[in-house]
Design a binder for this molecule. Structure first.
Ligand SMILES: [Mg+2]
Length: 414
């Protein structure tokens, strides 16, 4: 199990999202107790209460009837999902100008992975994100940010100082303030799980912290228990559903970019961009597919395989090889689009030694990996065109910034 050496995760959670969103969009609602309900009916319950409504005891799940009894002046608003989704997208774009989003966990919660350089000043980074949201979205819709060693701890930290808070939990802060929390304050520990913990004699976070991982696994009756306690102790525990399947980019080509050498030039940029995203997410790839759109609606794909790699040299060698094959097969005519995808992903650290590898080959691969890492660092610091293997311009000059495969682009992609 890996113990992160720096703060790796930032978790951002908006305060009373739906209610604050309504107050943000309609100044007449500000400073007033507001509750958002899913539909205009006396038999429904509140899905978000504004911070002015919370002191009356109104929260998510309070029935409309109870809310009215607790606060006769409360304003009920019917939820407007389309409006919230638009706002959500503006929010993601704003956050992404400060730090790449690793996972969108809900309409008002996102998780980000931090580089060592970003982790050095977590409060500064949180302040930049909050400033950006303030300037782009407004002052009413605030968020709370947690920064820690893994996503569970970052999420817990984000809950510790609501609203508009920022809490950092580093190794030296553990367990510290965790013991001030109640079990039910922890994400995923509600009702049934809390009962099971109590039956096992665990009624406090201190008791949970002291559990052996195996014991936690037995209480949860799942590996999830072990993951939870291990994450609480600050180990890097990735959620299994965040496992990626591929990194890819595609582009439509303008007429002056359809000659084979131009297609290759564009493909190289797409390939380098996919490689950077792969390294940033700590993966290796074992295969590449190279797809060209031929004529109007037919595509040709060639797949190349290689030893699990994370360096640009391996990727570009494979791409050149696939491109040559495509040219020799006579497929490089009337090309209207090009796509490069890295797949067969494995963990960055799971490099299996190949018995037939020579010492020289292993050393050379290590060198290319260091060169690729160096290029990534230079690009992050000095801009995307500071240094590259090969030409830097593609059609339209925004290779990789388009949303491909449903992903949210990262600032380094621009
Ligand atoms: Mg929230």
């Amino acid at each position: 199990m890996r113990k992160p050496i720096h703060l790796e995760k930032l978790y951002l959670d908006f305060d009373s999202f739906f209610a604050s969103a309504e107050q943000q969009l309609n100044p007449a609602l500000r400073q007033r107790p507001v509750a958002v309900v899913p539909l205009d009916s006396p038999h429904t319950s509140v899905i978000a209460a504004s911070r002015e409504a919370k002191p009356f005891g109104i929260k998510t799940g309070t029935s409309v009837r109870d809310a009215k009894a607790l606060c006769p002046d409360i304003v009920f608003l019917e939820a407007r999902p389309d409006v919230y989704v638009k706002l959500h997208n503006r929010i993601l774009t704003t956050i992404e100008t400060c730090v790449p989003i690793a996972a969108v966990r809900s309409i008002d919660e996102v998780a980000c992975s931090l580089l060592a350089s970003e982790a050095r000043d977590p409060h500064g980074l949180a302040a930049r994100i909050k400033r950006g949201l303030h300037d782009e979205i407004g002052a009413v819709l605030t968020c709370s940010i947690g920064v820690s060693l893994n996503e569970l701890l970052a999420k817990i930290a984000a809950e510790m100082d609501k609203p508009d808070g920022c809490v950092v939990l580093d190794h030296e802060d553990l367990p510290g303030r965790l013991f001030d929390l109640r079990l039910k304050d922890l994400p995923g520990i509600a009702g049934g799980m809390q009962q099971r913990l109590e039956q096992a004699g665990v009624s406090t976070v201190e008791g949970l912290w002291a559990l052996a991982p195996k014991h936690a696994r037995a209480i949860w009756n799942s590996v999830e228990g072990e993951r939870f306690v291990t994450a609480l102790h600050g180990y890097a525990v990735e959620k299994p559903e965040t496992v990626k399947r591929m990194f890819g980019h595609g582009r439509n080509l303008p007429p002056d970019w359809r000659a084979p050498d131009k297609v290759l030039q564009c493909a190289r940029l797409l390939c380098l961009s996919a490689g950077r995203r792969l390294r940033r997410s700590h993966y290796r790839a074992g295969a590449m597919s190279y797809t060209v759109g031929v004529r109007r609606d037919s595509r040709v794909t060639l797949v190349g395989q290689f030893r699990a790699a994370r360096d640009d040299r391996s990727f570009l060698d494979c791409l050149n090889d696939l491109h040559d094959k495509m040219v020799r097969a006579g497929e490089m005519r009337n090309i209207s689009s090009v796509t490069v995808v890295l797949h067969d992903l494995s963990s960055e650290v799971e490099e299996s030694r190949d018995l037939f590898d020579t010492q020289a080959a292993t050393e050379q691969r290590g060198q290319w990996e260091r060169v690729s890492d160096l290029l990534d660092t230079v690009r992050v610091r000095h801009g995307s065109k500071a240094l590259n293997l090969g030409p830097v311009n593609g059609p339209g000059n925004y290779i990789g910034s388009k949303i491909a495969f449903g992903r949210i682009p990262e600032p380094e992609d621009f």
